[in-house]
Design a protein around this ligand. Structure first.
Ligand SMILES: [Zn+2]
Ligand SMILES: [Zn+2]
Ligand SMILES: [Zn+2]
Length: 101
């Protein structure tokens, strides 16, 4: 007995090579058009769950866990690359600027 899988986005029938994102099955086309790869954990999520910015794609959980927003330029900065000025997180560029002047 085998169930017929259908793409959770477009509803087309899927054969053996289906794709997955967020526990849903997708056809190849929807997988590439509708999902992104989180840069942090490498898993696929739907595009409307992208909590990254122009430079990086992130899932909500990874962003909350591992990224800070630079106080000055509002870019996302990976936790290991954050520079702190008191309680304020900065990216390396902005931190140097703040520091230098
Ligand atoms: Zn599809
Ligand atoms: Zn992630
Ligand atoms: Zn910055």
């Amino acid at each position: 007995m085998s169930e017929i899988l259908t793409c959770s986005v477009c509803g087309c029938e899927l054969d053996d090579d289906f794709y997955e994102a967020e526990d849903k099955v997708l056809c190849e086309e929807c997988y590439y058009n509708e999902t992104f790869r989180c840069e942090d954990c490498g898993e696929r999520f739907f595009n409307n769950h992208n909590y990254g910015d122009d430079n990086i794609c992130l899932s909500e959980a990874c962003r909350n866990e591992d990224y800070y927003v630079c106080t000055r330029c509002e870019r996302l900065v990976y936790t290991d690359d954050v520079y702190w000025s008191g309680d304020d997180p900065y990216c390396s560029d902005c931190y140097e600027d703040e520091d230098g002047s």
